[in-house]
Design a protein around this ligand. Sequence first.
Ligand SMILES: Cc1cc2nc3c(=O)[nH]c(=O)nc-3n(C[C@H](O)[C@H](O)[C@H](O)COP(=O)(O)OP(=O)(O)OC[C@H]3O[C@@H](n4cnc5c(N)ncnc54)[C@H](O)[C@@H]3O)c2cc1C
Length: 382
Amino acid sequence: MKKNKLYFVVGAGPSGLTASIKIKELNNDNQVILIDKNDSIGKKIKVSGNGKCNLANINTNIDLINNSTYCHELFQDGYQKINNFFSETLGILLFTDENGLVYPNSLTSETLISSYLEKISSLGISLKLEEEFLSFTSEINQILVKTTKDTYLVDYLVFATGGRTYYKNYNNNVIRELEKYSVKYEDFIPSLTGYLLKESVKELSKKRIKGTIKLTSNNEIIYSELGEIQFKDDGISGINVMNSSCYYAKLKDKSKCKLFIDFYPTLEKETLDLLIKKREINNFLKGSLPLEFYKYLIKNNKVLTLDILKNYPFTINGVYSFDYAQVSEGGIILNEINSNYSLKKVPNVFVLGELINASFICGGYNIMHAVLSALKMVENLK
Ligand SMILES: Cc1cc2nc3c(=O)[nH]c(=O)nc-3n(C[C@H](O)[C@H](O)[C@H](O)COP(=O)(O)OP(=O)(O)OC[C@H]3O[C@@H](n4cnc5c(N)ncnc54)[C@H](O)[C@@H]3O)c2cc1C
């Protein structure tokens, strides 16, 4: 590895923070400048997991949704690496719940943010807040970077600017700049969000029910999960619904998609049939569903069959916007990136985290991806 190099990292989320720390740890002679347009670091870390910060998951053997070779390679020993980084490098004790979701033991994202800040400061990383990346020019062996406050001549440029969600003042600068070098990307769209429904569900607004959500495409189930489904004025949300939206976001042709809810997920069809026959359907529904759902089903269906109760159809009318989504689908496509996260078309420029076209279901996988991408990038600098 070359010595005394200047790394310029854009974005102080989990990927940019982790990369900055590991670059400096790798060689203390490296100079690292880390900028963020916000007035504090890790704004999304702060709100993640409802402020508890679900930062990883020990179950990495699951179907991590397309990009499969990429994901399986990155995640296979991912938990071990994450655990080492958070406990050894940042000094954070981790806690794993009964479902394998990993949190800081303090159950607050503040622990993560203060540990990152402390490490950034103790390593002498130059953190510049409220400074926004504007443009770059790749020159022979160096890169000229322009920000809202200054101009820098750097050796390596790392983009860790995340996706489109959450930040109100999203700016497309990075993608626009990379486009100048013919780097290909997919437009960002909301993922991990709720569905807008064509049917009126206003009367169920703010009500919840335990059910299995099933997303189909071309009549084939592409995602199903049991959980608590939350109804809104014009649609539905909930963890299982959001997870299914992650699959929905990845589909090129969304016109063949349908949504179904199994209102009796714990009962087999045969058992349900017997119970209905025993009590007469109206009485059975009244005695087994929350009142509003009972009324909704009776009002909106002339005939209620077993099939309808197990596969109640809804029509997707789009998804809730970036303001509600937890991640975005889209970003720099994987084919543009080498295995060390450098860009194939622009020398000495790296892209990390959610800026890459790889997003995941809930459960800690998105922060895990951001951190693992940064760790892998720096491992390969050795
Ligand atoms: C409400 C909510 C809850 C979530 N909960 C979880 C959870 O529990 N578990 C989980 O794994 N994931 C969760 N996520 C997703 C997770 O937070 C992100 O996937 C993760 O933070 C992505 O990390 P990143 O480093 O790639 O980008 P980010 O965290 O988005 O960081 C990017 C940084 O770049 C900065 N930036 C962008 N453009 C510029 C520019 N031009 N110049 C300078 N700075 C710039 C931004 O200000 C930002 O600080 C949640 C997201 C939201 C919104």
